[in-house]
Design a protein around this ligand. Sequence first.
Ligand code: XMP
Length: 611
Amino acid sequence: MKEHTERQRALLKKEAIAIVDFGSQYVHLIANRIRRQGVYAEIMLPTVSLERLKKYKGVILSGGPNSVYQRGAPQMSKRLFALGIPVLGICYGHHLMMKLLGGKVRSAEIKEYGLAKLTVQRRGGLFENVKKTSQAWMSHGDEVSALPKGFDVFAKTEDCPFAATGDTKRNLYSIQFHAEVAHTEEGMQIIKNFVAKCDVKKSWNMERFLQEKMDEVKQQIGDRNVFMLVSGGVDSTVAHALLTKALGPKRVYGLLVDTGLMRKDECKKITAALKKIGVTNLHVEDASRQFFSALKGECDPERKRKIIGDMFLTVQAKVSHRLKLNPDEWVLGQGTIYPDTIESAGTKHADKIKTHHNRVPEILELIKKGRVVEPIAELYKDEVRTLGTKLGLPDSLIWRHPFPGPGLGVRILCAKEPHLPNMVNTLHSWLAKHLVAHKLHQAVLPLRSVGVQGDARTYRNPLVVWGAEHSFTKLEWISTALTNSFSEINRVTLLLAPQRFESVKVLPASITKERVALLQKLDDIVMQFIREEKISRKIWQFPTVLVPLRFNGSKKEAVVLRPVCSDEAMTANFYKMNRDLLKKLTAKLAPHVSAVLYDITNKPPGTIEWE
Ligand code: XMP
């Protein structure tokens, strides 16, 4: 756990909410939601003592990937519920609270991942000022089957009769769905209602964070300097600006590594934009040849990330050697934000979804030695943007779509040979039965992409569907039902072109300069299109993904469009593009590829990037 500044510690003793982290991918979202209400929240491990928890004005038990009955599943003392402070259990926390207080939990017959319709059955508790019916976000395999004494049901979904329960006399509340994610429509109100029960003072804001962080940075760096890797994305730009403000431009050396995996003309655009606002301590190093040669022949997503992460360090070491920087006098700066650490199993109980390039073992080693500074590692994207504005950065930099550190490296899928799930024929006949009612056909794509289901990483096959033209809202329900019912697939895509599907084959391929050039061209078409059509701000992020699949005997590869709406990347909905616009965009892309697919998967079960 991080050291806290004096002011934070003082704050903590009096007015804060504790969040016990059982390994949920969303644990920091809970903190984020509470902080958005101006209340300080701190995250801690399940081993936290009751003595410590007692000091807080409220406690939240997070979700997590385990089952409460599993051996070694993280636990909590039952005495927590007798401390007289409000407690809210979410998902795993819900199961744990119900079980500890005498209720029952079992493996659910229907496992829910994604959207569900929540119906309020009883007012009061956390359900004041909450709509009677609304959408809630679910991600669970277990369910509560009997309530403890004193608990009432407050809300249900079609497949979950105990979606929200509570004992208002004791101020104990317990919910199956994730109130903390943006896609739970009434989630913020429910959390607000819980905060109100906690009777806690509002004393957290971004100005205070900035002041405290600058003090912390000065303290941590001492008389050393910072060597900062800048990608031009929002996060590293804000981190660079904060460090420069805290330490002065002479003590911060900004390095932009041209990996060759950037968007078209990206390096030129970034340096020009930064120069315009007076940032003069940024230098560009062209390392594309080294990156391409290190990635040659590699197909595994995790190994690709590791290679890219390591190569960043090699280049950084090479540059610092060339500049004759003494390692004892220099600290590595990174623009890591919270989702980058949590999704790499940064907290003890979280399952590993993807290793972010700034969390490879060498970096972890440097962190241990106190040689890394990450000034925005506790923040979410929305908070980073607010902070960027406070630091005086222009909107054009702050509102760019986020771009992953490994760049196009995680948007170019690689494969040596086809991969299909076991019993693919049986799967196909089940899927066909499911889809016939919607007049849709389907094919399982013979490669895998990364996803996240029930707080755990998946690496499974995507599905492509085509046939009758349905609204995206209908397709969203179909897609969610498919990934919930068939665990062999974690994504569903819609075939936009060609109009008829005949066959699909894998084209063995790893990352090459030619493939990068092709994706840069496709990505540029997409980016230009959304700017011209003025839909760029409506979309949170728009990965264009190159997949080594040849459709209908063509020699060309295929492209997947993956625009999403999100506000913190932990959950996302696919963007429902206007169909006429989508046809226009498809026509622009189709001549360069064998197929254009549209990803109609939310997160979960799919991640935003395909790798
Ligand atoms: P996923 O694909 O896991 O991505 O839903 C969540 C957000 O993180 C970005 N992303 C990365 N960012 N290094 C980064 O700096 C990485 O290795 C990385 N992988 C994914 C992704 O673009 C999305 O915004």
